[in-house]
Design a protein around this ligand. Structure first.
Ligand code: ACM
Length: 519
């Protein structure tokens, strides 16, 4: 890419033209086609603070300095994704972004922001000449699922913090934000039918100091809590929707449910845990398999589906120890009654109950790769985190998959050596170079199953990440690399070129106040 242009992720096709175009006080944004007006307002929102210009937004085919045109209507494919192609042209006459639909336009304006001087990202008026180089861009993503996950259970982040994080994902043309809303250490979403989930389940008495493996365990003796009301969830959903980012809510079951079991003990098997968990790791405590528990979880999912309009609903399914089920006479009796042979099949049965409920609501279940054990429900999609094997197996059997292998895209891992110079992390080492080198399409997957790989996703688990500032430190610039991995054809990736662009891009992150790792 020419040195003067440093878009991340790199567009598929870019040609420099002759000349330039400069935005000024009288610049306008003209929008036409379905959904274009809202994109125009979003663009104005992005451009006003640093320029101080008004950028009036108009609808219709009127001429404008910046023209946004949606030529058709978004038609979701069988997995719910829409066309994201766009073209972006800058010449002496002005700026034009065209796309089949508003989602494509939204991706286009993120590249447009990156054509301007980096100071455009500032939140106050800057002294700059707002020049755009003459250019022609034709762009489309390689993968449909370009996701980033955030664990808001182990540590809680405010609505504003989550929204700002989503805006940073939008800048990188990602399209999915997966929110891990519940876990042993805190239930973070209001469920009207079961108020104790948040009254009791959103608070823990204390939090572990240091690493899970440290002995003796020490706690900070400080109560910790927080949750999103349904109104607040709607604010986050709206904020993301304006950026054409889909939220994937996760209610992790049947393990990782201690907070819920403490709030409603009838959901559990034994009194394995006595309080909302205050340290990390995997609890033996899991949901029981009573009909009443199945009904409870469906009620929870009903409220979740009413709040989150996206196609995919995540039910976790990871790390559910089978110890309690094998000890429980009730669980063993259920297993016999259902004609199941082992606890893996019981977990599979549990997930199938959720799958049929979610499918009946016109949505699709997705879960971590453990949901493969004991048999997978027909329409379920798999998020492959324990390496690539789960993803390969699921795709080979005709299931859609999202690649999220912990060795490559877990951003709670250390990112540089010596790790002693880094803030405490869970472990591992996932460098920027290694993220960039990752290919979400497994070599081992045969050609005819490749279309089942929807894409990939980065994970930020927050056991050791108590603040949003620290989330940013762990996330960036690894998310910049991930975004390019998911957007750009494998053959076009070039780490040296990426590094050059990242040098400029860091100025943007600085203006945005992102606390990126210096790397
Ligand atoms: C996971 O990291 N337990 C999905």
């Amino acid at each position: 890419m020419p040195e003067t242009i440093s878009i991340i992720p790199r567009p598929k096709y870019l040609r420099m033209g002759n000349g330039r175009f400069t935005l000024n006080q009288v610049s306008t944004i003209a929008c036409s086609g379905e959904g274009a007006l809202a994109v125009g307002h979003l663009l104005a929102y992005y451009l006003r603070p640093a320029t101080g210009f008004a950028f009036p937004v108009t609808e219709g085919h009127a001429s404008g300095t910046i023209r946004l045109e949606a030529t058709g209507t978004a038609t979701p494919d069988e997995a719910g994704f829409v066309d994201e192609r766009y073209t972006l042209t800058v010449n002496d006459a002005g700026v034009s972004v065209k796309a089949q639909n508003a989602t494509g336009l939204t991706r286009g304006i993120q590249s447009l922001r990156q054509l301007l001087p980096t100071a455009i990202m500032a939140d106050a008026v800057q002294e700059a000449e707002w020049v755009l180089p003459a250019v022609e861009i034709e762009d489309a993503p390689r993968f449909r699922w370009r996701g980033q996950h955030l664990d808001v259970s182990r540590h809680f982040f405010t609505v504003d913090e989550v929204c700002q994080f989503i805006d940073f994902l939008a800048l990188h043309r990602l399209n999915i934000c997966h929110l891990h809303l519940t876990d042993d250490q805190g239930w973070r979403i209001e469920i009207k039918k079961y108020p104790r989930l948040t009254e009791i389940g959103s608070r823990r008495e204390s939090t572990l100091i240091g690493h899970e493996s440290d002995r003796p365990r020490r706690y900070d003796q400080t109560p910790y809590g927080g949750f999103y009301t349904q109104e607040e969830i709607k604010q986050i959903v709206d904020f993301a929707a304006r950026r054409h980012i889909t939220l994937v809510p996760e209610i992790d079951m049947p393990g990782h449910m201690v907070a819920a079991i403490i709030a409603y003990p009838e959901l559990g098997n034994f009194k394995t845990e006595t309080r909302v968990r205050c340290h990390w790791g995997i609890s033996q405590s899991v949901l029981n398999v009573e009909e009443s528990t199945i009904a409870f979880m469906k009620d929870v999912l009903a409220e979740v589906m009413a709040l989150f309009p996206g196609r995919f609903i995540h039910v976790g399914g990871d790390e559910a120890p089978k110890f309690e089920w094998s000890e429980s006479e009730r669980a063993q009796a259920r297993m016999a009654e259902l004609g199941l042979h082992n606890e893996e099949e019981l977990q599979s049965w549990f997930i199938r109950q959720m799958d049929s409920y979610i499918a009946a609501s016109g949505r699709r279940l997705i879960g971590w790769d453990e949901i493969l054990e004991g048999g997978l429900a027909a329409g379920a999609a798999v998020m492959s985190w324990r390496g690539e094997e789960g993803g390969i197996e699921a795709a080979s059997h005709g299931h859609d998959v999202v690649m999220a292998p912990n060795q490559r895209v877990y951003f709670d891992h250390y990112q540089s050596e010596p790790t002693a110079n880094e803030p405490l992390a869970i472990g591992g080492l996932t460098t920027l170079a290694s993220v960039y080198a990752y290919d979400p399409m497994p070599e081992a997957l045969s050609e005819k199953h490749r279309h089942h790989v929807l894409g990939g996703q980065g994970q930020i688990w927050t056991e050791y990440i108590p603040t949003m500032e620290h989330v940013e430190y762990m996330g960036f610039p690894r998310i910049c690399a991930l975004a390019e991995v998911l957007w750009l054809e494998k053959e076009r990736k070039d780490y040296a070129d990426f590094r050059q662009r990242l040098y400029r891009h860091r100025e943007r992150l600085d203006y945005l106040g992102v606390n990126a790792h210096p790397e």
